[in-house]
Design a protein around this ligand. Structure first.
Ligand code: ZN
Length: 350
């Protein structure tokens, strides 16, 4: 960090001293700009929140009725001290945003939040903007992480479901409740109009997506289905936490799948715990991380989330000033809500 940086790390999280606000703070603060509604980014306890209007309903679900939230359209500006702030679509989940911070002295900084560049019919596409300094996430910042086309992955999921149907089994797909589940439901509209059954953690979030106009397969909560009803031949979506719990008894006999970027790691423990792994991530892969840095034109890159050593070495070799943004405070809030922002080595090593 340098003395006059537009964004620094404070014990509460990323902080803009020139505008006196935090971004995705880990503790309650007076002014919080929120990039998206995943629990590791949107935490309660702050006095006033600013967030993208497209994700307002999801954030409201997370923070509760009392929270003071000012929704901002993508590109709309808000003034904090000596800086002008705007939010720009990050392509990560519905309502996800990058933060653009423009100082009156002409400097522009960008904070990526979680983002991806792959197509996703359940949220708005990533919108690049130019900046001098770019703070990037680095959840999958290794060259081994390169995503397959989403349509191909969706076809694999559909084929696995149909195979389970032929075998008289239910197809239970584990995926994170916010973002991944809705993306799968939107992608599968290309193949079928059959109803998908969902775990109780999902209906409220799915409803918020439908209210935002996102087209998805019809869904029914498993809890609304009379006990004893067979789920044979049905696709069931559940959060990873439901794996191995008594909740699964109703699905017998079943085939299990898991949709996550971590499924790229062959032989990993996560992969072996399921019958099938589908590589589907809501984070940027290696190529996207690099392409995005090129798009911003930034000459200085600060890396947060995950292990950025390979990215920093790569950028330094290209003449870009790159370093970790001290993240020693990260993790205080516990496990990441999208389950993908875990340390890369914990997945790569097993
Ligand atoms: Zn996220």
């Amino acid at each position: 960090m340098k003395p006059d940086d537009l964004v620094v790390v404070r014990p509460e999280g990323l902080y803009c001293p020139h505008g006196d606000f935090h971004i995705d703070p880990w503790r309650g603060v007076p002014r919080a700009v929120i990039t998206h509604a995943h629990a590791d980014h949107a935490r309660g306890g702050s006095q006033h929140y600013w967030a993208a209007a497209r994700g307002h309903a999801l954030l409201r679900e997370r923070l509760g009725k009392q929270a003071q939230i000012t929704p901002l359209a993508y590109g709309e500006t808000v003034r904090f001290g000596a800086v002008t702030v705007s939010l720009h679509s990050a392509g990560h989940i519905l309502g996800s945003a990058q933060v653009r911070i423009a100082h009156d002295d002409g400097r522009v900084w960008g904070v990526s939040g979680d983002f991806k560049r792959d197509r996703d019919p359940s949220c708005d596409a990533f919108e690049p903007f130019a900046c001098d300094t770019w703070i990037t996430e680095a959840t999958f910042a290794l060259p081994i992480y390169r995503w397959t086309d989403t349509r191909e992955v969706a076809a694999e999921i559909f084929d696995w479901w149909q195979a389970a149907k032929r075998d008289g089994q239910s197809a239970v797909l584990f995926c994170y409740s916010l973002g991944k589940a809705q993306r799968v439901l939107a992608e599968l509209t290309a193949f079928t109009d059959e109803t998908v059954y969902v775990h109780g953690a999902m209906p409220g979030l799915i409803k918020a997506y439908r209210a935002a106009g996102i087209r998805m397969l019809p869904t029914e909560a498993v809890s609304n289905i009379p006990k004893g009803t067979s789920f044979a031949g049905k696709l069931v979506l559940a959060p990873p936490g439901a794996s191995g719990t008594p909740w699964m008894k109703r699905m017998h006999p079943y085939s299990t799948g898991f949709a996550s970027g971590w499924m790229r790691v062959r032989g990993g423990k996560r992969r072996l715990a399921y019958d099938r792994g589908f590589v589907l991530s809501d984070h940027a892969d290696w190529d996207s991380l690099l392409a995005t840095i090129d798009d911003t034109g930034a000459r200085r890159v600060l890396v947060t989330h995950g292990h950025g050593d390979a990215l920093i070495a790569h950028l330094t070799a290209r003449g870009i000033e790159a370093s970790m943004l001290a993240t020693q405070f990260e993790g205080e809030g516990g496990a990441a809500a999208d389950g993908e922002a875990e340390a890369v080595d914990s997945a790569a090593a097993d």
